[in-house]
Design a binder for this molecule. Structure first.
Ligand code: ADP
Ligand code: MG
Length: 540
C-alpha cells in the first residue's frame, strides 16, 4: 500500500492540541511514557512467545539513541510491534471510553495536568517536546512494517516499509531547547541517564544507551520498604496504573511458607472515572517470579476494592496460568482474602494516624467499599469499622464508633434514614421527633445503603433501625408513649381515616411528629420508598 494521509479522530485532535500547546509544565515525562509503552510491548511479545515459539526474542530490551546533530531522540524496542491497522487504530484514535469525559471536564477546570494524568494520554505527550514524531514498527510474525509520521496537527501519514525490524522505534524530532519553558536538551546523555533513573529504573527490561544499561531493573516489591524512596514507588505506581497523580497510600505485603507471594498495592488519591461503570478498568497485575503474566486480574482483589492498583508476584504459579484457572485456584482466593484484609486494616490505621487522608479515602471510595457490606460477615465487620456516614449531628460524616459514643442514655439502636439526598432526608417528617428529642440519625443517601442496611445485623451489638419504619419507641426518656386513654378518645377518627385511606394499612397516633400533622410509616418488613422505586423500575 502507498502513503496515506489520514485525519486524527476529533477527540485525538483536541488532545494533541493540548499537548502541542503544552499545558503540562513537566515535559520530561514524555520519555517515561515512551519507555512505558516499550515495556508493555515487550511484555506482550513475551506472552505471545509462550504460545508461539516463533515470536520469541532472546534479548528483549529497550534502546535509546540520541542524535545531537539531527536533534532527535529515538526509543526503540523489540517488543510485539503493531500492524498498519493497529497503528491507525491505536495511535490515530483514542479508543478509551473516558476521553469524551476527559475533554468535557477539561473545559470546566484549570487543573488540566492532573486531569490528564487521571485519563492518561501516553504517546501523545511526545508532542510536548516534538515538532514531528516518526514511528516505525513491525508486528512480530508479520512481513511488512509501517511508518507513521505526524507533526501533531490535524493529520498523519502511514506507509508500508519493507525493512523494519520487529518491534517499534519512535523518533522524536525535538523542538529547540528552552530551559525556561521546561524543555531540556533530550539529546544530552546525562539528561537521558538522569530521566531514566528517575522515572524508569524499575522497568524489568534493560534500557540501553550504547553499551550501557541505564536502569537497575530491580522489582520494587522485592525490595525492603526502607530501601525504596517514595518517589520510586510513585513512578512505579504511574507506570502500572497510568495515573499521574501520587497514590494516597502504599500497601505492601509478603507471605512466606507453602504459598509464597509478594504484593505491592496502591490506594489511588482519586476515584477513577469508571469506578461505577460495568466495563471499567479494574484489577491488579499478576507476576510470577518477577515475570509479568496478566494485566487487570480481577481475581486478586474483591470487587468492592476494584480501585486498588499494583502488583501481586506469586512464586508458585505456573507461567502459563490462564484467567479460567485463576478463577478457581484456591491460593488465589486466599490471596484475595488476605489482600482485602490488609487494605482494610491499612485504612483503619489511617483513621488514627492521618484523619485527612482517611477522609479523602472515604470520600473517593466509600461508596464502592460499602458494596462489601453485602458480602461475608468478617468483611462486614472490618468495613463497618472504617465506614463514615452523613449524620444529623454535624456537617462532617461520622464513624459508627463516633455515633455509638454519642448515643443517648437508654438508646439501644442506631437510627438511620435512607433517601436520595441529604436535603430530601433532612426535610422528611420522619426525622422530626428524633431531632426534637436530640437523637442523632444517620443520613444514608447512596443506593447501596438501601441494601446493606437490610443485611448487616448490627454494629457492636447495636441494631440498625430505620426511623421511617415500624414502631420506634422514643418513650425511654419520658412520658411520651401515647396513653390508652388518649388513643381511645381518637378511636373513631382513626377508624374513619383508615376507611378513607384505602392504600394505608393502619392509622395510628404517633409520638414521632412535632410539627407535621401526619407521616407515612412503613411496616418493619416493608420495602423502603427508594427500594420500592428501584424494584418498580426493574418491573417487579
Ligand atoms: P496506553 O499506553 O495508556 O495504552 P499510549 O498512548 O501510551 O496509551 O499508547 C497507545 C497504544 O499504542 C498502546 O496501548 C499500544 O497498544 C500502542 N503502542 C504504543 N507504543 C507502542 C510500542 N512501543 N509498541 C507497541 N505498541 C505500542
Ligand atoms: Mg502508554
Amino acid at each position: 500500500m502507498s502513503t496515506e494521509t489520514l485525519e486524527f479522530q476529533a477527540e485525538a485532535r483536541q488532545l494533541l492540541q493540548l499537548m502541542v500547546h503544552s499545558i503540562y509544565s513537566n515535559k520530561d515525562i514524555f520519555l517515561r511514557e515512551l519507555i512505558s509503552n516499550a515495556s508493555d510491548a515487550l511484555d506482550k511479545r513475551r506472552l505471545a512467545g509462550l504460545t508461539d515459539a516463533a515470536l520469541k526474542t532472546d534479548d528483549p530490551h529497550i534502546e535509546l539513541v540520541a542524535d545531537q546533530e539531527a536533534r532527535t531522540l529515538t526509543v526503540r524496542d523489540n517488543g510485539i510491534g503493531m500492524t498498519r491497522e493497529e497503528v491507525v487504530g491505536l495511535i490515530g484514535t483514542i479508543a478509551r471510553s473516558g476521553t469524551a469525559e476527559l475533554l468535557r471536564r477539561l473545559k470546566e477546570t484549570k487543573e488540566s495536568a492532573e486531569l490528564i494524568g487521571q485519563f492518561g494520554v501516553g504517546f501523545y505527550s511526545t508532542f510536548m517536546v516534538a515538532d514531528k514524531v516518526t514511528l516505525v514498527t513491525r508486528k512480530a510474525g508479520e512481513d511488512t512494517g509501517t511508518r507513521w509520521e505526524s507533526a501533531g496537527e490535524g493529520t498523519y501519514t502511514v506507509e508500508d516499509v519493507a525493512d523494519a525490524p520487529v518491534g517499534t522505534a519512535v523518533t522524536v524530532h525535538l523542538r529547540p531547547v528552552n530551559e525556561e519553558d521546561g524543555l531540556h536538551d533530550y539529546t544530552d546523555s546525562w539528561k537521558i541517564r538522569e530521566l531514566v533513573k528517575k522515572y524508569s529504573d524499575f522497568i524489568s527490561f534493560p534500557i540501553r544507551m550504547g553499551e550501557e544499561t541505564l536502569n537497575s531493573m530491580k522489582a520494587l516489591w522485592a525490595r525492603p520498604r526502607s530501601e525504596v524512596k517514595d518517589e520510586e514507588y510513585h513512578e512505579f505506581y504511574r507506570h502500572t496504573s497510568h495515573d499521574w497523580a501520587e497514590p494516597l497510600e502504599i500497601v505492601q505485603m509478603r507471605a512466606e511458607g507453602t504459598f509464597e507471594y509478594e504484593a505491592l498495592l496502591f490506594i489511588p488519591s482519586r476515584a477513577p472515572h469508571d469506578l461505577f461503570q460495568r466495563d471499567g478498568r479494574r484489577g491488579i497485575q499478576l507476576y510470577v517470579k518477577r515475570v509479568f503474566i496478566l494485566e487487570d486480574s480481577r481475581e486478586l482483589i474483591p470487587d468492592y476494592l476494584r480501585f486498588m492498583r499494583g502488583v501481586v508476584d506469586a512464586a508458585d504459579l505456573s507461567l502459563n496460568i490462564s484467567r479460567e484457572i485463576l478463577q478457581q485456584d484456591r491460593h488465589i482466593q486466599m490471596i484475595r482474602r488476605r489482600l482485602a484484609k490488609k487494605v482494610l486494616s491499612t485504612v483503619k490505621t489511617m483513621m488514627t494516624k492521618d484523619q485527612e487522608k482517611y477522609r479523602t479515602f472515604w470520600r473517593e471510595f466509600g461508596r464502592a467499599v460499602k458494596e462489601g457490606l453485602l458480602g461475608e460477615a468478617e468483611e462486614q465487620k472490618a468495613i463497618l469499622d472504617i465506614a463514615s456516614f452523613a449524620s444529623t449531628a454535624s456537617e462532617e460524616p461520622t464513624t459508627l464508633a463516633g455515633y455509638v459514643g454519642r448515643m443517648k442514655e437508654g438508646q439501644e439502636e442506631i437510627y438511620y434514614m435512607t433517601g436520595e439526598s441529604r436535603a430530601q432526608v433532612e426535610n422528611s417528617p420522619h426525622l422530626e421527633a428524633f431531632k426534637a428529642k436530640g437523637y442523632e440519625v444517620l443520613l444514608l443517601t447512596d443506593p447501596v445503603d438501601e441494601m446493606w442496611v437490610e443485611t448487616v445485623p448490627d454494629f457492636e451489638g447495636k441494631k440498625f433501625q430505620s426511623v421511617a419504619r415500624g414502631e420506634v419507641d422514643l418513650s425511654a426518656d419520658g412520658d411520651e408513649k401515647v396513653s390508652e386513654e388518649r388513643a381511645g378518645s381518637y378511636a373513631a377518627l382513626l377508624t374513619w381515616l383508615g376507611e378513607q385511606l384505602e392504600e394505608v394499612k393502619e392509622v395510628r397516633l404517633s409520638t414521632r411528629l412535632t410539627s407535621s400533622p401526619a407521616c407515612l410509616v412503613g411496616d418493619a418488613g416493608d420495602l423502603t420508598p427508594t427500594l420500592e422505586k428501584m424494584y418498580r423500575a426493574m418491573g417487579q
